[in-house]
Design a protein around this ligand. Sequence first.
Ligand SMILES: [Zn+2]
Length: 282
Amino acid sequence: MRSHYQPSGLFDPVRLVVAIAALFPLAGLLGWMMSGALAENTYAVVFIPFLAALPLAAAGRVLARWSHVRNPPLAFLVGAALATLMYVGQHYANMVALLGPRALFRFDIFPGFLVDLVNHHLVIGDHSPKYPGKPDPWLNWSVFGVELALCAFISGWQWYRAARRPYCEECRRWLGGTTTQLRGGSARTLAQALNTDSLETLPTLEAVFGQSPERYGQLEVMGCMHGREGDDAIIFVTVSETVRGEKRSETTSLVDQAAISPDELALIYERCPSLQVEPCEA
Ligand SMILES: [Zn+2]
């Protein structure tokens, strides 16, 4: 069996704390904006939380890299916790908006306020005679749970993905890499050769130039030479295939961050004339 990249589980504790501290105000600001949307009655169920989670997730991805987090489960938890802060924070902002500045630090009354607010919130209809709504606690808490889970997942997933990228423990840096588009058939052949340890039988791999066809493969080579010549370079390859449909494209992972030797990489280069750039020192 070919080995795959294994995250070490480590992280830079000081940077991680700084990153979380930096994301606190952003989570608060986004929560406050969600609360504003709720007050303005433009709170579209699921859609607004989804929109609010995107910038939080994007910033989280950048800061996860900066914190050198190589612990995907921990990364997911941090991202999910920040999104929870944002989502629950919107109701804290509601409380302050309703009770005034004197409620700014009333963390003690917040749980009660939250339960009461969600119990009596109107998801469907409003207080006008035209669309009379009736609060439905069961529906409200379901929406609460779904929206919270959605936000937590969007943010946590970006943290998780960032933490799963290959990292060189020796040089303390994320690995650089190159991505090459291949013809669909070539990607499958390469994946099979990698999975069966038979790279020497590999035929010529055809790369795609210009516009991608409907079905194409992607070869991503990531590695670290540790800044010197030698055979101790670490190299990982990922191969996927994408089929573009009418409405959306679907990507299938064929090989996920499999470890290969420099000799094996040389073999792949030989069979793929367009892969002549050195991917390891990006
Ligand atoms: Zn290195």
